[in-house]
Design a protein around this ligand. Structure first.
Ligand code: KG4
Ligand code: ZN
Length: 343
């Protein structure tokens, strides 16, 4: 089977998302988000997310099948996010996928949400993905990975010791009254600000940190520094705070990513996850990678945040690599480690 037709289901957080790919060609990418229902709580409420997934699931599958101009019977495999994520939300996806695969008599692949974020790049860039260093920055996770084979060999080089990068954006946005989700709001506000206005701290970048934790991240000191600055500066300029905060995060993410490329001798970097949609991260990554001869790949902004195409893309790679499908009764794992690509 050279060009498998794969349907991917993503429900790990607040997006009910269905993607359909044929090989590396994206045929449909339907996203029903419950983000508006969570906004007034300032974060995702698991019970609301689960109920919204139940309501959105079947209409989203029908729309994806119609958009892709296929029949469900044409599908060669079903892929679904098995974890990590909110357990009640994940279960809506895995139960649907298991039922669909069983009904169609097609293989089922329960895949890792984080590996799926990285593999979506394969729908965009015509380059081999492996080996590569991957910076994975989302609302729930921030890690630096060495990917030797996206279908079964991912090594964690480092991760955040406290907040995820996206979480830091969300929390700072909330204290600045910029709304939820915070990443896009800060990105927008920062456009008219000065990134050098305030010198916020870069976590885990002392010479001792470079010796002991070269690839780990910490954003709690930065968060505290921003909160103190806001308290101490009654007439602060929102755009300058947003731009300076964003610069501190982006700078440290790229310093560590390029250090990992250098140390491993791998001249390829993929940046993935919701924070990879950040315009400053994209621009600075492009400049710095070019300066040191590292090939940079970042999926289009719409494919960086949670979507079903990324799950279908990883499913398609699993089929192409001849990996064994999952058992139909596998359990969703809310804390699935990043190294476990499929269940
Ligand atoms: O990957 P994702 O959609 O969901 C998770 O798996 O967590 O990431 C969501 C995170 C949120 O924290 C959101 O604020 C952040 O990605 N985000 C951004 C941008 N767009 C989304 N952060 C910075 N700049 C953006 N433009
Ligand atoms: Zn995600």
């Amino acid at each position: 089977m050279s060009e498998p037709l794969v349907l991917g289901i993503e429900t790990s957080c607040d997006e009910t998302a269905i993607g359909i790919v044929r090989g590396r060609t994206l045929l449909a990418n339907v996203i029903a988000s419950s983000v508006d229902e969570h906004a007034r709580f300032g974060g995702v409420v698991p019970e609301i997310a689960s109920r919204a997934h139940l309501e959105a699931m079947l209409p989203s599958i029908k729309k994806a099948v119609a958009d892709a101009k296929i029949s469900l019977n044409d599908i060669d495999a079903v892929a679904v996010t098995a974890g990590p994520g909110l357990v009640g939300a994940l279960l809506v996806g895995t139960a649907t996928a298991a039922g669909l695969a069983l009904g169609l008599g097609k293989p089922l692949y329960g895949v890792n949400h984080l590996a799926a974020h990285v593999s979506v790049d394969f729908l965009t860039h015509d380059l081999p993905t492996d080996p590569t260093i991957a910076l994975l920055v989302s609302g729930g996770h921030s890690s630096l990975l060495q990917v030797d084979d996206i279908t079964d060999s991912i090594t964690k080089l480092g991760a955040t010791m406290d907040d995820a990068a996206g979480e830091a954006f969300d929390k700072i946005s909330r204290v600045m009254g910029l709304g939820f989700p915070g990443g896009p709001a800060i990105d927008l506000s920062a456009q008219s600000g000065d990134p050098q206005a305030i010198d916020f701290p870069r976590g885990l970048t002392t010479s001792n940190d470079w010796q002991t934790r070269p690839y780990d991240f910490s954003f709690s000191g930065l968060k505290t520094a921003v909160a103190r600055y806001l308290e101490a500066t009654p007439n602060y300029k929102k755009a300058d705070v947003a731009a300076s905060f964003q610069e501190a995060i982006v700078d440290v993410l790229l310093l560590k990513s390029l250090a990992a490329c250098k140390a491993s001798g791998i001249d390829s970097l993929v940046i993935a996850g919701g924070v990879a949609a950040n315009s400053r991260l994209r621009a600075l990554a492009s400049q710095r990678c070019q300066a040191v001869g590292v090939r940079l790949r970042i999926p289009s902004p719409a494919l960086c945040t949670d979507n079903g195409a990324m799950v279908a893309a990883l499913g398609s790679l699993m089929v192409a690599a001849g990996r064994a499908p999952s058992q139909s009764a596998f359990d969703a794992d809310s804390s699935l480690p990043v190294e476990v690509v499929s269940l």
